[in-house]
Design a protein around this ligand. Structure first.
Ligand code: 5GP
Ligand code: ZN
Length: 142
């Protein structure tokens, strides 16, 4: 499947449509950023195109350009709001590479010195976070 307006079975398309609640931190006509429901660390944010593109290879360059601009803007706010020392931007394509949700997405993960985060097992031990308050602090940093 290539990029399309919407896949009715896709959980991220349902978030875009507002059928599943999420803590949004940024939205425009083409791109959405929202908090990961199982954050590796406080502030873990996902950035997606609103159109349904399964993987990066199927995502048109023009869409990727818009997503990249939002990644930069939201990452700046995430790092600021979490007082981070650095960050990871992670993206996986295909089940063999660890992609669970087949709607292309980028993980924005703030990093602190000594956080001992293991990126390979990022969903095995999710941190407790008040997602509503966290989303508000990131929006305020933008
Ligand atoms: P992947 O493993 O495909 O790279 O990442 C998918 C991410 O989506 C995971 O980190 C997971 O926690 C997140 N996720 C899955 N379902 C939902 C959901 O319904 N809402 C939100 N906010 N995040 C989700
Ligand atoms: Zn989708």
């Amino acid at each position: 499947m290539s990029c399309s307006d919407r896949d009715p079975d896709c959980i991220f398309c349902k978030i875009v449509a507002g059928e599943i609640p999420s803590h949004k931190v940024y939205e425009d006509d083409d791109v959405l950023a929202f908090l990961d429901i199982a954050p590796t660390i406080q502030g873990h944010t996902l950035v997606i195109p609103k159109c349904h593109c399964p993987t990066l290879i199927e995502t048109p360059p023009e869409t990727l350009r818009k997503v990249a601009a939002v990644i930069r803007r939201v990452l700046t706010a995430v790092v600021d709001a979490t007082d981070a020392d650095g960050s990871n931007v992670l993206q996986s394509n295909g089940a063999c590479a660890g992609q669970v949700v087949r709607h292309v997405h980028f993980h924005l993960v703030p990093r602190r010195e000594g956080d001992h985060l293991t990126l390979g097992s990022r969903q095995s031990d999710p941190v407790e976070d008040d997602l509503a308050a966290r989303a508000e602090s990131i929006r305020a940093a933008m």
